[in-house]
Write a protein that binds this ligand. Sequence first.
Ligand code: RB5
Length: 149
Amino acid sequence: MTQTKRIVLSSDHAAIDLRRAVADHIAAKGWDVVDIGPTTIESTHYPLHGKAAAEKVASGDCALGIILCGTGQGIMMAANKVPGIRCGVCSDTFSAEMIRQHNDANMLSIGARVVGEGLALKIVDAFLDATFEGGRHATRVGMIEGAGV
Ligand code: RB5
């Protein structure tokens, strides 16, 4: 069963400080944060961390995930290779809200070299506070998930 207030975080070396700020922020909002690292700033490979976080969401261990790298792009691409994952990169709050309302995104990616901490936390809030609208959007999400186009 998917845990409703349990969220996984991961990043590569480019986003460790921002990931920690996000972890503190969402823990203060009452989320059970599963931060799977990494913990050191040694250069690492973002696909490993994107995949590991995505697997926690796809398995139902976590309801949502937030992943970060320098641009947010590479780690997002890796996460989206895991079946059942719908992850978008956001640098603005409108997109962060809409990827949940319309696309039923279960993961958010942020670029630590793109947005500052203040905006990143607002993006996180917009993502977490939005809910999927269903209806015609459910049809379209079903098509992403293989229901046919
Ligand atoms: C690491 O230098 C950088 O390539 C990575 O953080 C990310 O931006 C890749 O998409």
